[in-house]
Design a protein around this ligand. Structure first.
Ligand SMILES: Cc1cc2nc3c(=O)[nH]c(=O)nc-3n(C[C@H](O)[C@H](O)[C@H](O)COP(=O)(O)O)c2cc1C
Length: 310
């Protein structure tokens, strides 16, 4: 069983990654994506998205981090992949799932799922530039508009030289609408020889077991489920159904708040806090109460007091 913390742009940033991986259970984490538009990005681009590279490519508790790249320019992808690995990234992950209009307009992300050959070329270019022992992985959805190219896409990723593939069990068109189609993952695993990591809608330990039973893989990537239940990965390992109580989660929230307060400009703090509380309230009634107290508040000193009292 391998459990990976999902890349989540603007949500699973360095602060949340630090906290979530510290709860245990994760084998590695994938960074928010670096949009690759040109060759030879300066190091600061990688350090901005993945500050962990300054600390041996690991979060504070020692969980390795893999930089995710998004783009379709072969030389630019290869060159930046090489640099990210030199800076300490634990392999390279390639994003073929991003639904963003801006990204898709430039022919990157999920739109590439319409042309398996383009997936092959990008994976192959990145693979060819990296030493053989460095992992190259890719993350895809079941398709763009439909699932007709799902098997071809997974096979193209394997043929390009990836050593594992994560599949978010929805098409781009399906967005984030439930359910995730875990049964399709079994069909994909049947036609490839590299490990498949299942992703999408694993919110509970029960969901983990259902996903394993349906998809046939024991490897999973957790996204929003881990944001809402920070101990989800460690509970999956222990097969413990009941999650942490609000008393412990609020301590994490407090830690998070102190962390961003001392590092980020004041204008950015409230938004980051609200984003996490908005997720936590889906699971914790106390977070719902806190949400109503903070949702219109912009002043950090006021938020300091509300978080303290939560
Ligand atoms: C706010 C947010 C940002 C995301 N950013 C990325 C990203 O940078 N790269 C990527 O491959 N997937 C990204 N995703 C997709 C997630 O990695 C994951 O595939 C998706 O949330 C489904 O998994 P979940 O149901 O466990 O959350 C993002 C998802 C969310 C909610």
């Amino acid at each position: 069983m391998r459990i990976v913390l999902a890349p989540m742009e603007g949500l699973a940033d360095v602060y949340l990654r630090r906290l979530l991986t510290a709860q245990g259970g994760f084998d590695w984490v994938v960074s928010e994506f670096v949009r690759v538009g040109q060759r030879g990005y300066p190091d600061r681009v990688f350090y901005n998205i993945c500050p962990e590279l300054r600390h041996g490519g690991k979060t504070d508790c020692g969980t390795p981090i893999r930089v995710q790249l998004l783009g379709n320019d072969l030389e630019a992808m290869a060159e930046n992949a090489q640099r990210a690995v030199q800076l300490g990234s634990y392999g390279i992950d390639i994003n073929f799932g991003c639904p963003s209009k801006t990204v898709n307009r430039r022919q990157g992300g999920a739109i590439m799922l319409q042309e398996p050959e383009s997936l092959y070329r990008v994976v192959n270019a990145v693979r060819a530039t990296l030493p053989p022992e460095v992992t190259v992985s890719a993350k895809m959805r079941l398709g763009y508009d439909d699932m007709s190219l799902m098997l071809d896409n997974a096979q193209a990723i394997e043929a390009g030289g990836a050593t594992e593939v994560t599949v978010h069990a929805r098409t781009k068109l399906q967005g984030y609408a439930p359910p995730a189609h875990w049964d399709e993952l079994a069909r994909i695993q049947d036609v490839i020889n590299i490990p498949l990591i299942a992703n999408g809608d694993i919110w509970t330990v029960e969901d983990y077991h259902a996903c394993v039973a349906t998809s046939g893989t024991t490897d999973v990537m957790l996204g929003r489920g881990a944001v809402r239940c920070p101990d989800l990965a460690s509970r999956i390992r222990q097969n413990k159904m009941t999650g942490a109580q609000w008393q412990s989660v609020r301590l994490l929230l407090n830690e998070f708040w102190h962390d961003i307060r001392k590092t980020l400009p004041e204008r950015d703090c409230a938004g980051r806090l609200k984003q996490w509380v908005n997720h936590l309230r889906k699971v914790h009634p106390d977070a719902e109460t806190l949400w109503h107290e903070i949702r219109t508040e912009k002043q950090c000193p006021k938020l300091d007091r509300l978080i303290e009292a939560a």
